[in-house]
Design a protein around this ligand. Structure first.
Ligand code: NAI
Length: 384
């Protein structure tokens, strides 16, 4: 089956590589020629490195590159069995593209969107055959991160999600099924990792370096929230937070932080601009964290319990099933453990008490415990 990929940027070029490595002929298209040239050169470099390290035969590397055709017109998707879209995050632009694609690719083709924040149902709403469209949400970098969120929209044909789940497994990916709700699984459940860290910073309880240190040493996370936001880009992270907040009809739990907004306004976008929460100029050392171990534990627990509450609520609202929730956070954003298993380990009554204490202290809806957490504590149950 030929796989089409629209958009040869960060995600599209990675997805094209994954499909070619899985053995498919791939057609990669972009409106900008230079994006295609860049994608081709980047792939050659990645393949060269894999060959050098002995991870790939030279012939195999050449075969993978040979399977990708670089196209300059949409007609190239005639006959593609699956077309994955990874263009600009704009509803109207995506709808226009899919309207053209459904004519070109034919009635049997599967159309997939890599959107991270738009509703799959809304994209499908513009199509004459919305049943053939679903979300296929890869993580950056697509060739390295195994998670793929498979997201059926309201009108998606029954059976398409499980068909794509099997295909993703055949590609060596870890697919999970997510309900078409704002942020799907990962971008919803991970919100407090940033939001609660920003809140702790704003309250003056600790500085960025101390919060990052706490999350790494006590929590076992690979990166702390501030270093991660500096890596992702504060503009990108702020935009996701904002979209999720709006999509939830302004639920205060997802309220963005003006601290982060100010950084964006100042152009302090993180590594890519040389400055964010940290100064990334050559030779500048990170400020040292405070060495108050009790404080580290308090910081980590406050952020972790908010993450746990979010995961429990996602389960409660049917966003995903238990095991998929655990896979999503460990395979999509490299959390050291699944949050529901982590909740069991910490004790559900302890999680509930902490959230109730925070809610009483701050009087904010942001800290409201999930009804499922209350129910499980009342019934003395655990997730596993
Ligand atoms: P990007 O800006 O790196 O690449 C987008 C590419 O699409 C550009 O090369 C652009 O020329 C091309 N393009 C724009 N409009 C087009 C059109 N109408 N037809 C053909 N090509 C067109 O963007 P990126 O980061 O790769 O994101 C693409 C999609 O993937 C977005 O929907 C984004 O939300 C989503 N996504 C991004 C992730 C990330 O970490 N960057 C992670 C997961 C999803």
């Amino acid at each position: 089956m030929t796989v089409g990929v629209v958009g040869a940027g960060t995600m599209g070029s990675g997805i094209a590589q994954v499909a070619a490595q899985a053995g498919h002929p791939v057609v990669l298209y972009d409106t900008r020629l230079e994006a295609l040239d860049k994608a081709k050169a980047a792939l050659a470099k990645v393949m060269g490195r894999l060959v050098e390290k002995g991870n790939l035969d030279r012939e195999e590397a050449e075969a993978i590159q040979g399977r990708i055709t670089y196209a300059t017109g949409l007609e190239a998707f005639t006959g593609s069995g699956l077309v994955i879209e990874a263009i600009v995050e704009d509803l109207q632009v995506k709808q226009d593209l899919f309207k053209q694609l459904e004519d070109i690719a034919g009635p049997d083709a599967v159309l997939a969107t890599n959107t991270s924040s738009l509703s799959v149902t809304a994209i499908g709403g513009a199509l004459s055959r919305p049943g053939r469209l679903l979300g296929l949400h890869f993580f950056n970098p697509a060739p390295l991160l195994p998670l793929v969120e498979v997201v059926p929209g309201l009108a998606t044909e029954h059976g398409l999600a499980s068909q794509l789940t099997s295909l993703m497994k055949a590609w060596g990916k870890v697919p999970v099924i997510a309900k078409d709700t704002p942020g799907f699984i990962v971008n919803r459940v991970a919100r407090p990792f940033y939001g609660e860290a920003l809140r702790i910073l704003e309250e003056g309880l600790a500085d960025a370096a101390t919060i990052d240190h706490a999350m790494r040493t006590v929590g076992g996370f690979r990166m702390g929230p501030f270093e991660l936001m500096d890596l992702i880009g504060n503009d990108v992270n702020f935009a996701v937070t904002r979209t999720v907040f709006e999509a939830f009809f302004y639920d205060p739990r997802y309220r963005p932080s003006f601290t982060q907004q100010r950084l964006v306004e100042a152009g302090w976008l993180g590594r890519k601009s040389g400055r964010g929460y940290y100064d990334h100029a050559e030779g500048v050392e990170r400020p040292a964290p405070t060495d108050d171990v009790i404080l580290h534990e308090q910081i980590c627990w406050r952020i972790l319990v908010m993450l746990i509450n979010e995961a429990v609520d996602a389960l409660y609202l049917g966003v995903a099933e238990r095991d998929d929730l655990e896979l999503a956070m460990t395979k999509g954003v490299n959390y050291p453990k699944g949050l529901l298993g982590w909740a069991d380990e910490k004790g559900l009554p302890h999680c509930l008490e902490t959230l109730e204490r925070l809610q009483a202290e701050y009087g904010e809806d942001r800290y409201r415990p999930s009804p499922l957490l209350r129910r499980m504590v009342r019934e003395g149950r655990t997730f596993f």
